[in-house]
Write a protein that binds this ligand. Sequence first.
Ligand code: GDP
Ligand code: MG
Length: 360
Amino acid sequence: MKIGIIGLPSSGKSTLFQTISKAYIKESDLKKNSSNQTVVKVPDDRLTSLIDIFKPKKENYAVIDFVEISDLQNGDSGSVKFTTAFLDKVKTTDALLQVVRLFDDPAVPHPEGKLDVLRDISMMESEFILSDMALIESRIDRMKKNFQKSGAAINPKELSLLERCLVSLENSTPLRNLEYDREEIKILRGYQLLSVKPVLVVLNLSETDVHTYEEILTRVRSIYNSKQINVDIFFGKIEMEIAELPAEEAKSFMLEYGIQESTLSRLIRNAYDLLGLQSFFTVGEDECRAWTIRKGMSAQEAASVIHTDFYDKFIRAEVVHYDHFVEHGSFAKCKEKGVWRLEGKEYIVDDGDIISIRHS
Ligand SMILES: Nc1nc2c(ncn2[C@@H]2O[C@H](COP(=O)(O)OP(=O)(O)O)[C@@H](O)[C@H]2O)c(=O)[nH]1
Ligand SMILES: [Mg+2]
């Protein structure tokens, strides 16, 4: 799972990226880290207690890749230019974290001249909608032409899906607002559309906003709720400084500024949750591990996250929910109580399921 950090130039992407990078975990992941890509551990108390119970040789928390996409540049007129390089990189992400600037600093000019949070958010949104519209229009065109020229069969499901998407885009409604069935989700995935991606907007505030940001946060939230965009905050400059301090000093520094909780863990958890991700676990003496999947994924799809071959070789999934396991203390007890189940490939995995895949 890869989350792209996007935003206008000088909004604070690198500042956020560098702060988040402090949460990297394993030596083996370090080699994947670079100046714009980092692997981050997702805090999870449930996995911590499973590790206490099984005492495995290996433990693996869920991780998310964050990548800073900084290809936006100021055009000749000063205003921001959206490039294909930028859009192409956005396409390869699973979800987006958009940094929007609210800090004012004469030493760091805003690329659009002055601060305007709502404009900054909608600039990005409009660009995604336009890009999706162009792609879908050309796809519909091609389908119809191929049919006229060579009688190439049109998948009616695909055509009606694309037409429905087009209507939505023409009404400036992002594609994440529509409902899709399984097959439609599969079709859409092939297109790498942009406005369908989950977005978490992060307002980058200045230290002087610590006691006054609630009002703007509430306003932005109420406007973007209907577009299924979540909104969170971040105090770019101070939090980057805090991330560099030893834990004790960091705590008193945060108290001094009236910052409640480390942004680092809150943002990672929020990104994970709000962006539609969840975890299931595999446990044993060898390894206890949290795996990341999208909410709504089937047991068969979840199995293929463990191993691609498991998709075709899937027979059944043995499932116990974490809560039941902790309540009863062992798999044997769970069987006795009837909360241990054998599920087929269509089973929708629940957040916190402990799963073992039976495969051929
Ligand atoms: N005063 C102030 N400056 C900030 C804040 N966040 C970022 N900056 C500064 O703004 C400039 C641009 O930030 P950067 O993270 O590089 O933005 P990017 O272009 O989006 O990657 C840098 O000089 C940062 O030090 C903040 O919260 N307050
Ligand atoms: Mg940058």
